[in-house]
Design a protein. Structure first.
Length: 300
């Protein structure tokens, strides 16, 4: 056998593997997914970019330039200054905080305690009470606004932020109790039974065992309720009758000039402060929210 023939036999034939042969087709199959992701990014990111660029435009740019035109001066902060000075944006943010924080605190405190009582404690009628809370979720908020306004007016609370705090707490409690009961249901009962045998009281079990084990779930529920309260317009518009009591969502309706002309620049600036502020809060607490959403999915 010749040297060339021996070399041919000794050298293994190199054939393209299956992934190498299918590589072009694999790239082609990914194209529709890329198109969908690109369209979703455009649908989500472009409105935020358009909102941000609009906050730097002057009134003349809004009226004379095309909608998609970029601002001529990216360092122009006059719209933000006017939103806080002439538009009273700082007062509206303060009122939103004063209405949101107490309502959120009351909702979480009562909701977590009620969820613990309904799922961990054993007492007669707890199933009926849970059904009553579930029924509260089905009641439309618009149906109770007029009766509540009458009650608040007769009790002299219409000139304060208490109608907002009480209403937000009452509306947020049913969903909070239901969600917290679901999360407490995922906590193994053996832990509470062992604590009972060790002599721990029900209050000690709540603060030392139950509360820490559903901490991420509490963050999730609190964030859901925060966005509901902060972004509410109907309730705040119904119960606030003075400009110094308006929340940020109601205050954004007042960014008008002479003869009802909308001041686009300050309005865009105020909306940017509202939208990007809440977006930063969500991104900061995103990991805790994801852990809380899956906390009640698997029972330990």
């Amino acid at each position: 056998m010749s040297h060339t023939a021996l070399e041919t036999v000794a050298r293994p034939s190199i054939r393209p593997t299956e992934p190498q042969r299918r590589s072009p087709m694999r790239w082609v199959r990914r194209i529709p997914g890329w198109v969908v992701v690109t369209l979703l990014l455009v649908a989500v990111v472009y409105p935020l970019f358009w909102l941000l660029t609009g906050s730097f435009k002057t009134q003349n740019e809004f009226l004379n330039n095309p909608t998609w035109a970029l601002p001529e001066d990216w360092t122009n902060l006059d719209n933000y200054v006017e939103a806080f000075t002439t538009g009273n944006l700082g007062i509206y943010i303060k009122n939103s905080i004063l209405a949101t924080v107490p309502a959120l605190a009351l909702t979480i405190i009562f909701g977590v305690a009620a969820g613990f009582a309904l799922e961990v404690m054993v007492w007669k009628g707890r199933g009926t009470v849970l059904l009553l809370f579930l029924a509260g979720i089905m009641v439309p908020g618009q149906m109770i606004l007029l009766p509540l306004f009458t009650i608040y007016f007769q009790t002299g609370l219409t000139g304060t932020l208490w109608p907002l705090i009480i209403t937000y707490t009452a509306i947020g409690l049913p969903l909070t109790v239901f969600m917290m009961a679901t999360f407490f249901r995922a906590v193994p009962r053996e832990i509470f039974e062992a604590a009972t045998l060790d002599g721990a009281s029900i209050y000690r079990q709540f603060w030392s065992i139950g509360f820490p084990m559903v901490k991420n779930a509490i963050f999730t529920v609190a964030l859901v309720q925060f966005f509901f309260i902060w972004n509410d317009l109907l309730i705040a518009l119904t119960f606030t009758n003075r400009d110094d009591l308006r929340t940020i969502q109601v205050g954004l309706l007042n960014f008008t000039g002479q003869f009802g002309q909308v001041q686009y620049g300050p309005t865009f600036a105020a909306v940017c402060v509202n939208v990007f502020g809440t977006l930063i809060i969500y991104l900061f607490l995103n990991q805790r929210v994801m852990k809380g959403m899956t906390a009640g999915a698997v029972k330990g």
